[in-house]
Design a protein around this ligand. Structure first.
Ligand code: PCA
Length: 228
């Protein structure tokens, strides 16, 4: 390799996922924002952005394939949470599928375990309070969220943390977590003016989530920030 060239194959990788639209929405802000970061280098790590289907089972299988294919040092999954008023940094995934609407394949599991006999929950391994602080410092609304719901996002989050258990790269344990984002303004208009964030703020925020997660090994212990 020529001197001064960056060997892309040897750089750390960050897997960033967003979801396809669901629930009658024409777009999903999580994927629109995540896809903007494809190929970007953040703190010596290359972002690989992938879309997941909004389908129980299939979404988790697709995520596992991407983790195996790219061997990332960090995995951040994102999804739309219409009605929330900022970045929701999820603290915990729980072992239940309980859908109030059908997924994109018409599946609607009710009160079913994701993994029979699996742990009740998995903690995010992102520095959640440090991420909230970094977002707020950048003027973006953000909070720690105590529930990712019981639809496909929680399902994927649970599968993610299970897949990362005991997983390492040369950098150390692979860390991961889930971030819900609000509607885009054009969606909010159709939902009684629900809270929203502009696409460039979503992109800016996800960039900060990645940078802060890569740079922070011990989370900050700050008071508050939890609204859900
Ligand atoms: N949000 C849904 C699933 C896909 C998405 O973007 C959820 O919160 O479960």
């Amino acid at each position: 390799m020529r001197k001064g060239c960056i060997d892309l194959r040897r750089m750390r990788r960050v897997l960033l996922t967003g979801f396809e639209p669901f629930g009658g929405e024409p777009i999903n802000p999580s994927w629109l924002a995540a896809s903007r970061l494809e190929g970007e280098v953040i703190a010596d790590a290359t972002v690989i952005a992938r879309q997941l289907p909004c389908v129980f089972g299939d979404a988790m299988a697709a995520l596992r394939r991407e983790i195996d294919a790219h061997d990332p040092a960090l995995v951040i999954c994102t999804g739309q949470a219409g009605g929330r008023d900022g970045f929701s940094i999820e603290r915990v995934a729980i072992d239940v599928d309980d859908a109030s609407i059908p997924d994109n394949a018409g599946k609607q599991p009710i009160d079913e375990p994701i993994v029979r006999g699996g742990p009740v929950g998995y903690w995010s391994t992102l520095p959640i309070k440090a991420v909230v602080a970094a977002l707020r410092e950048a003027g973006l609304p953000a909070h720690v969220s105590q529930t990712a719901g019981t639809f496909v996002c929680n399902h994927v989050f649970y599968g993610l943390m299970r897949a990362l258990e005991g997983r390492h790269t040369s950098d150390g344990p692979v860390r991961g977590g889930f971030v819900h984002v609000p509607y885009l303004p054009e969606q909010a208009e159709r939902h009684a003016n629900a809270p929203s964030l502009a696409l460039h703020d979503l992109v800016r925020g996800l960039r900060l989530v990645i940078a802060t997660s890569l740079a922070t090994s011990t989370d900050a212990h700050l008071i508050g920030g939890a609204t859900h």
